[in-house]
Design a protein around this ligand. Structure first.
Ligand code: HEM
Length: 199
């Protein structure tokens, strides 16, 4: 087991193999093996969507719950470990997970046949519509405010010290805004199919 767990790629592959085994065994035991119908493919996108969303919001909360509050407690000479190594890697997965969440979310809405109705906040689709708009605003913030300003704050793009400080502050406040938006967004997102909102 340990040779698998020492490699992230092999660990992820093992997770996928485990999933396939569970699905096959569950199908055999219940006597109703899985059928790859259009409904099932729509479900696969929902699974991918939630998985990407966990990566995105998990990293957003890591920044806000762990990294930002810890920075003032870290001695200056050790700060580059965060700013030069950990933050750029976290930001890589953060912004691409945000994009993947948007794409898979829009695919789910399209496959369910209510993309336009949801975006127009039509009655019956308002919960997911509100969730989608909140998440779209958050994704816009990631790609067009947080990431460009983080590049200046982390020294990936060279700027004057005053501009660097202003960029770091704007990135932090936008990240906080997204943390705030993530609370109602997640409620609306899961409310649509599970009776969370009487719309
Ligand atoms: C612009 C971005 C997003 C779009 C377009 C989108 C779209 C959707 C759609 C269409 C559904 C299916 C709703 C239903 O009929 O039950 C859904 C469900 C869901 N989404 Fe999103 N979403 C987005 C962002 C996110 C984010 C950031 C998360 C964070 C984890 C997330 C988590 C979920 C969850 C947990 C469900 C519920 C699945 C279920 O209860 O079956 N979504 N989303």
């Amino acid at each position: 087991m340990s040779p698998i767990l020492q490699s992230l790629q092999k660990t992820l592959l093992a997770g996928l193999v485990l999933l396939i085994a569970i699905v096959l065994i569950a199908g055999a035991v219940s006597g109703s093996p899985l059928q790859m119908t259009p409904v099932w493919w729509s479900f696969v996108f929902r699974w991918l969507h939630v998985t990407c969303g966990v990566m995105w919001i998990g990293l957003l909360w890591y920044f806000n719950f762990v990294q930002i509050p810890s920075m003032p407690k870290i001695p200056d000479e050790q700060k580059p470990a965060i700013s030069k190594v950990i933050a750029p890697t976290a930001l890589f997965w953060f912004r691409w997970a945000a994009l993947a969440t948007v794409v898979t979310g829009l695919v789910v809405a399209g496959l369910q046949g209510y993309l336009h109705a949801a975006l127009r906040l039509q009655v019956g689709f308002a919960a997911i519509g509100i969730g989608m708009w909140l998440a779209l605003i958050m994704a816009f913030n990631v790609w067009f405010i947080i990431w460009p300003n983080q590049k200046k704050a982390l020294g990936i793009v060279q700027v004057e010290p005053a501009e660097k400080a202003a960029a770091a502050r704007l990135a932090m406040l936008t990240s906080r805004t997204n943390t705030m938006l993530s609370i109602p967004m997640l409620f609306m997102m899961s409310a649509q199919s599970h009776g969370g909102l009487g719309l």
